[in-house]
Design a protein around this ligand. Sequence first.
Ligand code: SF4
Length: 115
Amino acid sequence: MDSIKSDNFYNCLKAMHTFAETYAQQTNTFFSVDPSVTSIIIAGLANYKDNDGVPLCPCRNYSNEKAEIELNYWICPCVSMRERKECHCKLFLQPNESDASSSQKISIETIYENL
Ligand code: SF4
């Protein structure tokens, strides 16, 4: 990720941080034991929100991002998360997954450290 980011990126980062914590609580899912995983995914979502206006899933390769946005499948929370609580990015983990922590919180400072 670029080291120099716009003010809008940091606004998007705050928005995605709040979203991730709130959505984890709503869905009874938990962040990874490795905070760098959580941080990198939140930053990836913020990057898409900054560049494209919507938080497209950062763990996939897209041949046509505009078409993906119109399909609305991989905009976070994606359909597989909404329907089956399956987050292949490991941002939202089920409590019984081996790499799930017991936390639904991450500090913004930790996210900054992983930018
Ligand atoms: S897999 Fe789905 S829920 Fe997980 S970060 Fe990607 S879009 Fe969001």
